[in-house]
Design a protein around this ligand. Structure first.
Ligand SMILES: Cc1cc2nc3c(=O)[nH]c(=O)nc-3n(C[C@H](O)[C@H](O)[C@H](O)COP(=O)(O)OP(=O)(O)OC[C@H]3O[C@@H](n4cnc5c(N)ncnc54)[C@H](O)[C@@H]3O)c2cc1C
Length: 283
Protein backbone atom coordinates (compact mmCIF):
# COMPACT_ATOMS: atom_id res chain seq x y z
CA UNK A 1 0.00 0.00 0.00
CA UNK A 2 1.54 3.31 -1.05
CA UNK A 3 0.60 6.97 -0.75
CA UNK A 4 -1.93 6.42 1.97
CA UNK A 5 -2.36 9.17 4.57
CA UNK A 6 -2.30 7.91 8.16
CA UNK A 7 -3.73 9.86 11.06
CA UNK A 8 -3.84 8.81 14.70
CA UNK A 9 -5.85 11.46 16.56
CA UNK A 10 -5.57 11.40 20.35
CA UNK A 11 -9.07 12.61 21.14
CA UNK A 12 -12.59 12.31 19.73
CA UNK A 13 -12.77 16.01 18.77
CA UNK A 14 -9.68 15.72 16.54
CA UNK A 15 -11.01 12.52 14.97
CA UNK A 16 -14.35 14.16 14.16
CA UNK A 17 -12.61 17.20 12.65
CA UNK A 18 -10.54 14.92 10.41
CA UNK A 19 -13.67 13.05 9.32
CA UNK A 20 -15.46 16.35 8.59
CA UNK A 21 -12.50 17.64 6.52
CA UNK A 22 -11.92 14.44 4.56
CA UNK A 23 -15.44 13.05 4.13
CA UNK A 24 -15.44 10.05 1.78
CA UNK A 25 -11.63 10.22 1.46
CA UNK A 26 -11.28 8.99 5.05
CA UNK A 27 -11.46 5.39 6.20
CA UNK A 28 -11.72 4.66 9.92
CA UNK A 29 -9.30 2.02 11.19
CA UNK A 30 -10.10 0.30 14.51
CA UNK A 31 -8.66 -3.21 15.05
CA UNK A 32 -8.17 -3.71 11.32
CA UNK A 33 -9.38 -7.33 11.33
CA UNK A 34 -12.00 -6.65 8.66
CA UNK A 35 -10.38 -3.66 6.99
CA UNK A 36 -6.84 -5.00 6.51
CA UNK A 37 -7.96 -8.25 4.82
CA UNK A 38 -10.22 -6.11 2.61
CA UNK A 39 -7.18 -4.02 1.63
CA UNK A 40 -4.97 -7.08 1.13
CA UNK A 41 -7.38 -9.34 -0.72
CA UNK A 42 -9.97 -7.14 -2.34
CA UNK A 43 -7.86 -4.23 -3.54
CA UNK A 44 -9.59 -1.71 -1.33
CA UNK A 45 -7.44 1.41 -1.58
CA UNK A 46 -8.14 3.95 1.18
CA UNK A 47 -6.84 7.49 0.63
CA UNK A 48 -6.52 8.30 4.32
CA UNK A 49 -6.68 5.98 7.30
CA UNK A 50 -7.84 7.44 10.61
CA UNK A 51 -6.80 5.17 13.46
CA UNK A 52 -9.26 5.46 16.36
CA UNK A 53 -7.55 3.17 18.88
CA UNK A 54 -6.27 6.06 21.03
CA UNK A 55 -9.61 7.79 21.63
CA UNK A 56 -10.48 6.05 24.91
CA UNK A 57 -13.50 4.30 23.42
CA UNK A 58 -12.72 0.95 25.02
CA UNK A 59 -14.93 1.29 28.12
CA UNK A 60 -17.73 -0.92 29.43
CA UNK A 61 -20.02 0.56 32.09
CA UNK A 62 -23.59 0.70 33.38
CA UNK A 63 -25.33 4.06 33.33
CA UNK A 64 -28.95 5.28 33.20
CA UNK A 65 -30.41 1.77 33.01
CA UNK A 66 -28.19 0.79 30.09
CA UNK A 67 -25.04 -1.20 29.52
CA UNK A 68 -22.74 1.15 27.60
CA UNK A 69 -19.94 -0.36 25.54
CA UNK A 70 -17.46 1.95 23.82
CA UNK A 71 -17.05 1.12 20.15
CA UNK A 72 -13.35 0.41 20.75
CA UNK A 73 -14.01 -2.41 23.22
CA UNK A 74 -12.54 -5.62 21.85
CA UNK A 75 -14.13 -9.06 21.70
CA UNK A 76 -11.70 -10.15 24.45
CA UNK A 77 -12.76 -7.30 26.72
CA UNK A 78 -16.40 -8.19 26.17
CA UNK A 79 -15.97 -11.88 26.89
CA UNK A 80 -13.87 -11.20 30.01
CA UNK A 81 -15.83 -8.28 31.47
CA UNK A 82 -17.69 -9.07 34.75
CA UNK A 83 -20.44 -6.51 34.02
CA UNK A 84 -21.16 -8.09 30.63
CA UNK A 85 -21.15 -11.53 32.28
CA UNK A 86 -23.71 -10.30 34.83
CA UNK A 87 -25.95 -8.09 32.68
CA UNK A 88 -25.73 -9.54 29.18
CA UNK A 89 -24.13 -13.00 29.35
CA UNK A 90 -25.34 -13.93 25.85
CA UNK A 91 -23.12 -11.18 24.46
CA UNK A 92 -20.11 -12.70 26.21
CA UNK A 93 -21.21 -16.09 24.86
CA UNK A 94 -21.16 -14.68 21.31
CA UNK A 95 -17.79 -12.98 21.82
CA UNK A 96 -16.28 -16.26 23.02
CA UNK A 97 -17.22 -17.97 19.74
CA UNK A 98 -15.72 -15.46 17.31
CA UNK A 99 -12.45 -15.73 15.40
CA UNK A 100 -9.23 -16.54 17.26
CA UNK A 101 -7.45 -15.10 20.30
CA UNK A 102 -5.55 -12.76 17.98
CA UNK A 103 -8.64 -11.43 16.19
CA UNK A 104 -10.57 -11.18 19.46
CA UNK A 105 -7.73 -9.14 20.99
CA UNK A 106 -7.70 -6.68 18.07
CA UNK A 107 -11.25 -6.68 16.68
CA UNK A 108 -13.74 -4.25 18.18
CA UNK A 109 -17.49 -4.21 18.64
CA UNK A 110 -17.68 -0.95 16.67
CA UNK A 111 -15.86 -2.58 13.77
CA UNK A 112 -18.17 -5.59 13.81
CA UNK A 113 -21.20 -3.28 13.52
CA UNK A 114 -19.78 -0.68 11.12
CA UNK A 115 -18.47 -3.38 8.77
CA UNK A 116 -22.13 -4.42 8.34
CA UNK A 117 -21.52 -8.03 7.36
CA UNK A 118 -24.86 -9.88 7.26
CA UNK A 119 -23.13 -12.76 9.12
CA UNK A 120 -21.45 -10.78 11.93
CA UNK A 121 -21.76 -12.47 15.31
CA UNK A 122 -21.73 -9.64 17.89
CA UNK A 123 -24.11 -7.78 15.62
CA UNK A 124 -26.80 -10.45 15.71
CA UNK A 125 -26.92 -10.79 19.48
CA UNK A 126 -26.83 -6.98 19.89
CA UNK A 127 -29.77 -6.77 17.49
CA UNK A 128 -31.69 -9.25 19.65
CA UNK A 129 -30.79 -7.26 22.77
CA UNK A 130 -32.41 -4.19 21.13
CA UNK A 131 -29.16 -2.25 21.25
CA UNK A 132 -28.77 1.26 19.90
CA UNK A 133 -25.65 2.94 18.61
CA UNK A 134 -24.49 6.45 19.40
CA UNK A 135 -23.11 8.19 16.30
CA UNK A 136 -21.17 11.44 16.48
CA UNK A 137 -19.93 13.96 13.94
CA UNK A 138 -18.51 17.44 14.36
CA UNK A 139 -22.06 18.70 13.68
CA UNK A 140 -23.75 16.73 16.47
CA UNK A 141 -24.82 13.32 17.63
CA UNK A 142 -27.71 10.91 17.18
CA UNK A 143 -28.80 7.54 18.45
CA UNK A 144 -29.95 4.86 16.01
CA UNK A 145 -31.62 1.56 16.90
CA UNK A 146 -29.63 -1.33 15.41
CA UNK A 147 -32.78 -2.56 13.67
CA UNK A 148 -32.63 0.65 11.59
CA UNK A 149 -28.83 0.78 11.20
CA UNK A 150 -28.09 -1.68 8.40
CA UNK A 151 -29.12 -0.90 4.83
CA UNK A 152 -27.31 -3.59 2.82
CA UNK A 153 -24.17 -5.77 2.81
CA UNK A 154 -21.40 -3.44 4.04
CA UNK A 155 -23.86 -0.53 4.16
CA UNK A 156 -25.29 1.39 7.10
CA UNK A 157 -27.06 4.69 7.74
CA UNK A 158 -23.78 6.21 8.98
CA UNK A 159 -22.57 9.28 7.11
CA UNK A 160 -18.95 9.67 6.02
CA UNK A 161 -18.27 12.20 8.77
CA UNK A 162 -19.75 10.09 11.57
CA UNK A 163 -17.99 7.91 14.08
CA UNK A 164 -19.70 5.03 15.84
CA UNK A 165 -19.01 5.95 19.46
CA UNK A 166 -20.92 3.58 21.67
CA UNK A 167 -23.30 0.64 21.83
CA UNK A 168 -26.16 1.01 24.31
CA UNK A 169 -28.00 -2.06 25.59
CA UNK A 170 -31.23 -1.46 27.55
CA UNK A 171 -31.32 -3.30 30.89
CA UNK A 172 -32.54 -5.70 32.08
CA UNK A 173 -31.51 -7.65 29.02
CA UNK A 174 -34.11 -10.42 29.50
CA UNK A 175 -33.17 -14.03 29.07
CA UNK A 176 -31.04 -14.17 25.96
CA UNK A 177 -29.06 -16.71 23.96
CA UNK A 178 -26.75 -16.79 20.95
CA UNK A 179 -26.18 -19.71 18.59
CA UNK A 180 -23.78 -19.93 15.68
CA UNK A 181 -23.15 -22.52 13.02
CA UNK A 182 -19.95 -22.31 11.01
CA UNK A 183 -18.23 -24.70 8.65
CA UNK A 184 -16.04 -25.71 11.58
CA UNK A 185 -16.01 -25.04 15.31
CA UNK A 186 -13.48 -22.20 15.43
CA UNK A 187 -11.99 -19.45 13.24
CA UNK A 188 -14.94 -19.38 10.92
CA UNK A 189 -17.58 -16.95 9.80
CA UNK A 190 -21.15 -18.00 10.47
CA UNK A 191 -23.08 -19.98 7.89
CA UNK A 192 -26.04 -18.86 9.98
CA UNK A 193 -26.32 -17.34 13.43
CA UNK A 194 -29.14 -16.30 15.72
CA UNK A 195 -29.66 -14.16 18.79
CA UNK A 196 -32.83 -14.21 20.86
CA UNK A 197 -34.11 -12.34 23.90
CA UNK A 198 -37.18 -13.44 25.84
CA UNK A 199 -39.02 -11.67 28.62
CA UNK A 200 -40.57 -14.41 30.70
CA UNK A 201 -43.34 -14.21 33.24
CA UNK A 202 -43.01 -17.65 34.80
CA UNK A 203 -43.18 -19.90 31.77
CA UNK A 204 -45.23 -17.40 29.74
CA UNK A 205 -43.50 -15.17 27.21
CA UNK A 206 -44.29 -11.47 27.62
CA UNK A 207 -41.89 -10.22 24.94
CA UNK A 208 -39.54 -11.68 22.34
CA UNK A 209 -36.78 -10.48 20.03
CA UNK A 210 -35.35 -12.81 17.41
CA UNK A 211 -32.41 -11.82 15.20
CA UNK A 212 -30.91 -13.85 12.37
CA UNK A 213 -27.60 -13.48 10.57
CA UNK A 214 -26.43 -14.66 7.12
CA UNK A 215 -30.02 -15.17 5.99
CA UNK A 216 -30.60 -11.84 4.20
CA UNK A 217 -28.58 -8.88 2.84
CA UNK A 218 -28.61 -7.40 6.35
CA UNK A 219 -28.89 -8.89 9.82
CA UNK A 220 -32.60 -9.42 10.34
CA UNK A 221 -35.21 -8.93 13.09
CA UNK A 222 -38.03 -11.47 12.69
CA UNK A 223 -41.07 -9.59 13.97
CA UNK A 224 -43.79 -12.00 12.78
CA UNK A 225 -42.06 -14.89 14.56
CA UNK A 226 -41.58 -12.74 17.68
CA UNK A 227 -45.32 -12.02 17.85
CA UNK A 228 -46.12 -15.75 17.75
CA UNK A 229 -44.58 -16.17 21.21
CA UNK A 230 -46.10 -13.28 23.11
CA UNK A 231 -48.66 -14.27 25.76
CA UNK A 232 -47.97 -17.99 25.23
CA UNK A 233 -46.38 -20.72 27.31
CA UNK A 234 -43.24 -21.87 25.51
CA UNK A 235 -42.93 -25.52 24.61
CA UNK A 236 -41.07 -27.51 21.98
CA UNK A 237 -43.93 -27.42 19.45
CA UNK A 238 -44.35 -23.63 19.65
CA UNK A 239 -40.58 -23.12 19.47
CA UNK A 240 -40.36 -25.28 16.32
CA UNK A 241 -43.21 -23.38 14.68
CA UNK A 242 -41.70 -20.03 15.64
CA UNK A 243 -38.21 -21.00 14.38
CA UNK A 244 -39.68 -21.93 10.99
CA UNK A 245 -41.49 -18.58 10.85
CA UNK A 246 -38.31 -16.70 11.78
CA UNK A 247 -36.36 -18.31 8.95
CA UNK A 248 -39.21 -17.67 6.52
CA UNK A 249 -38.50 -13.94 7.01
CA UNK A 250 -35.06 -14.44 5.41
CA UNK A 251 -33.98 -14.59 1.80
CA UNK A 252 -30.88 -16.81 1.99
CA UNK A 253 -28.48 -17.15 -0.91
CA UNK A 254 -26.10 -19.84 -2.16
CA UNK A 255 -22.50 -18.80 -1.53
CA UNK A 256 -19.08 -20.30 -0.82
CA UNK A 257 -20.08 -21.15 2.76
CA UNK A 258 -23.47 -22.85 2.22
CA UNK A 259 -26.46 -23.24 -0.06
CA UNK A 260 -29.71 -21.40 0.57
CA UNK A 261 -31.40 -24.78 1.18
CA UNK A 262 -28.88 -25.68 3.88
CA UNK A 263 -29.12 -22.25 5.48
CA UNK A 264 -32.90 -22.61 5.74
CA UNK A 265 -32.66 -26.04 7.39
CA UNK A 266 -29.77 -25.11 9.68
CA UNK A 267 -31.22 -21.69 10.49
CA UNK A 268 -34.46 -23.28 11.71
CA UNK A 269 -32.49 -25.56 14.03
CA UNK A 270 -30.27 -22.73 15.26
CA UNK A 271 -33.21 -20.44 16.11
CA UNK A 272 -35.03 -23.29 17.86
CA UNK A 273 -31.91 -24.06 19.89
CA UNK A 274 -31.47 -20.40 20.89
CA UNK A 275 -35.13 -20.09 21.90
CA UNK A 276 -35.01 -23.28 23.96
CA UNK A 277 -31.81 -22.11 25.65
CA UNK A 278 -33.25 -18.68 26.46
CA UNK A 279 -36.47 -20.26 27.75
CA UNK A 280 -34.48 -22.69 29.88
CA UNK A 281 -36.12 -25.74 28.38
CA UNK A 282 -33.03 -27.49 27.07
CA UNK A 283 -31.51 -27.40 23.61
C1 LIG B 1 -9.43 -14.65 10.95
C2 LIG B 1 -10.67 -13.84 11.22
C3 LIG B 1 -11.73 -14.43 11.88
C4 LIG B 1 -12.88 -13.71 12.12
N1 LIG B 1 -13.92 -14.33 12.78
C5 LIG B 1 -15.07 -13.65 12.99
C6 LIG B 1 -16.18 -14.30 13.61
O1 LIG B 1 -16.12 -15.45 14.04
N2 LIG B 1 -17.32 -13.57 13.75
C7 LIG B 1 -17.44 -12.28 13.31
O2 LIG B 1 -18.50 -11.67 13.47
N3 LIG B 1 -16.39 -11.65 12.73
C8 LIG B 1 -15.23 -12.29 12.55
N4 LIG B 1 -14.18 -11.67 11.95
C9 LIG B 1 -14.34 -10.29 11.49
C10 LIG B 1 -13.76 -9.21 12.43
O3 LIG B 1 -12.78 -9.72 13.32
C11 LIG B 1 -14.85 -8.50 13.28
O4 LIG B 1 -15.91 -8.05 12.46
C12 LIG B 1 -14.29 -7.33 14.09
O5 LIG B 1 -15.19 -7.01 15.14
C13 LIG B 1 -14.01 -6.08 13.27
O6 LIG B 1 -13.55 -5.06 14.14
P1 LIG B 1 -12.23 -4.22 13.83
O7 LIG B 1 -12.03 -3.32 14.99
O8 LIG B 1 -11.11 -5.10 13.47
O9 LIG B 1 -12.73 -3.38 12.56
P2 LIG B 1 -11.87 -2.75 11.39
O10 LIG B 1 -11.37 -3.82 10.49
O11 LIG B 1 -10.87 -1.77 11.92
O12 LIG B 1 -13.03 -1.93 10.66
C14 LIG B 1 -14.09 -2.59 10.00
C15 LIG B 1 -14.97 -1.55 9.29
O13 LIG B 1 -15.66 -0.75 10.23
C16 LIG B 1 -15.29 0.63 10.12
N5 LIG B 1 -15.19 1.10 11.51
C17 LIG B 1 -14.54 0.48 12.53
N6 LIG B 1 -14.78 1.11 13.69
C18 LIG B 1 -15.58 2.17 13.41
C19 LIG B 1 -16.17 3.20 14.19
N7 LIG B 1 -16.01 3.25 15.51
N8 LIG B 1 -16.92 4.14 13.56
C20 LIG B 1 -17.11 4.08 12.21
N9 LIG B 1 -16.60 3.12 11.42
C21 LIG B 1 -15.84 2.19 12.01
C22 LIG B 1 -13.98 0.63 9.36
O14 LIG B 1 -13.81 1.83 8.59
C23 LIG B 1 -14.16 -0.57 8.43
O15 LIG B 1 -14.95 -0.23 7.32
C24 LIG B 1 -13.00 -12.37 11.70
C25 LIG B 1 -11.90 -11.76 11.04
C26 LIG B 1 -10.76 -12.50 10.80
C27 LIG B 1 -9.61 -11.82 10.09
Amino acid sequence: MENVGYFAPSDVGQALELLAEQGSKATVLAGGTDLVPAINYYSLWPENLIFIGALGLDYIKEEGGKLLIGSGATWTQILEDPLVAEKAPALAQAARQGGSVATRNAGTVGGNLANASPAADLTVILLALEAEVLLKSSAGKRTVALKDFFTGPGETVMNDDELLMEVQIPLPAGSAAFQKLGRRKAMTLSVVNAGVKLNLDGDTCSGACIALGAMAPTPLRCSAAEEMLVGKKLDAALIAECAAAAVAAGSPIDDQRASAWYRTKAGTAIVARALAQAAGIGG
